[in-house]
Design a protein around this ligand. Structure first.
Ligand code: NDP
Length: 429
């Protein structure tokens, strides 16, 4: 990838940006034409994707730049309605790339399916029996979805959790059987749901209990991705604040989000700004990723920061982010949604594990940008600068009016909708 074409990318027109991506060797001529045409979902495909379909709901689709991940350059597509997310990701990625980039670790991708059994007469005996029949259970699961076995994946392990009755909640005891399944390049919802329904009758026979349901868990604790980065303190100086001061304030921002759930939710929302935008652009299920991420943030019993920031012995700032990322490189709408196909092309047709590495790095970049702004100049300066365009559009500005109203708004004390409307009236007068 020749990144020299990305200079002042933000100031280029849409067509110039597409041309720059083509010149950089990221887009083929065919893909550049597709992107220029707008990646619209055809009415026929849309009608076949959901029930009672009426129209499509569009979001802006852009690209975050400067990502250096495990020694490889990436331009990362994002689909998002919120201004400033792509700018923040690109700016953080630039600082981090200058410091050596992101290093990632992606776990072996094992997804989890559950069968919940109720009215089990003797749960301790049931647990023993299930463990003794692990090989049979795995065999039946794999027979329920033979094609994933042929591809080299399949059910690998069985585990059992006994969840006691809860007098306060009025809930009965559940014996919960987990299947740990290698779904290879797929997220695996359908593979796992088929397997869990396939083994349910056998688990009932083995335990004497009654299966309540068999279903994928969206909390795949064996499918974790981690990104880390290391930034010298002198790269962090901002305004009056020295690099060391900014580093220490960034660490305190993390510590605040570690101990206070009210802050942690917002801290993690900032991380998910980046993660969800790439997950969505890649055609993956962002509800699944969000649900799993927030559960992981609560794994200690308290909802905490997903990321951590620490000081290295030599004074560098070390950032780290870990979360479950059960994304797919195949399945769902990935192979036919025009924007999802474009995302795969821009990212160089990544495997599911490589996609995880990119997504977790974007999450860490987003977090770095947000907390750095918060502990230095505050978030509103940059955010409202970009928000001004949305305000101008909301006020009714069109064409060249948008730029004018947006620029005037930035100079105003009260940057809000009323001011935008007043400016537009002034322009029209
Ligand atoms: P699909 O069932 O659409 O795709 C997976 C299938 O792709 C596999 O079963 C396999 O079928 C085929 N395949 C082709 N190449 C590979 C490969 N290299 N590795 C693995 N599989 C391959 O998707 P998923 O099962 O992944 O499910 C994802 C969808 O399920 C998402 O759209 C999600 O929204 C939805 N969903 C999510 C739920 C949840 O999160 N709780 C619940 C229900 C649905 P074959 O081998 O037969 O060719």
């Amino acid at each position: 990838m020749d990144t020299s074409y990305f200079k002042k990318f933000y100031d280029k027109s849409r067509s110039e940006r597409i041309a720059a991506l083509q010149q950089a060797g990221i887009l083929s001529e065919e893909d550049a034409i597709r992107l220029e045409d707008g990646l619209a979902l055809s009415p026929e495909i849309a009608d076949n994707m959901i029930e009672n379909q009426l129209s499509t709901y569009e979001l802006p689709y852009g690209v975050a730049l400067n990502f250096l991940i495990d020694g490889k350059d990436y331009a990362v597509p994002m689909a998002i309605e919120e201004p400033s997310v792509i700018a923040a990701a690109s700016s953080a990625a630039k600082t981090i790339a200058q410091a050596g980039g992101f290093a990632t670790v992606v776990q072996k991708r094992l997804m989890i399916g559950q069968v919940a059994l109720k009215k089990v007469p003797d749960s301790a005996l049931a647990e023993q029996t299930i463990r003794a029949h692990e090989a049979d259970i795995l065999k039946r699961a794999n027979e329920a979805h033979p094609s994933i076995v042929k591809r080299g994946g399949g059910a690998r392990k069985v585990s059992v959790r006994i969840i006691p009755a809860d007098a306060i909640g009025g809930t009965p005891e559940f014996v919960v059987v987990h299947l740990h399944v290698e779904t290879l390049e797929a997220m695996g919802a359908n593979i796992i749901n088929t397997m869990m329904e396939g083994v349910s009758p056998y688990l009932q026979d083995l335990t004497g209990g009654e299966a309540l349901m068999g279903i994928l868990s969206n909390y795949p604790t064996d499918c974790l991705a981690t990104a880390t980065c290391r930034i010298p303190a002198n790269a962090l100086a901002k305004g009056e604040l020295s690099g060391e001061e900014v580093r220490d304030r960034l660490i305190e921002a993390y510590q605040f989000a570690y101990v206070d759930p009210y802050r942690a939710v917002t801290h993690n929302k900032g991380i998910m700004n980046g993660i969800d935008a790439v997950v969505l652009a890649s055609g993956n299920d962002w509800r699944a990723i969000s649900a799993g991420a927030h559960a992981y943030a609560s794994r200690s019993g308290q909802y905490r920061s997903l990321s951590s920031w620490k000081k290295a012995e030599n004074g560098d700032l070390i950032g780290s982010l870990t979360l479950p990322l059960p994304v797919g490189a195949v399945g769902g709408s990935i192979s036919f949604h025009p924007a999802a196909k474009m995302t795969r092309a821009i990212l160089g047709d990544p495997s599911a594990a490589e996609l995880e590495a990119v997504i977790v790095s974007v999450g860490l970049a987003q977090n770095f940008s947000a907390i750095k702004a918060l502990v230095t100049e505050g978030i509103q300066k940059g955010h409202m600068g970009l928000q001004s365009r949305s305000l101008a559009i909301s006020a009714g500005a069109t064409g060249e009016q948008i730029e004018w109203v947006s620029e005037q708004l930035k100079k105003e004390k009260n940057m809000n909708l009323a001011t935008a409307k007043a400016l537009l009236e002034q322009l029209k007068a």
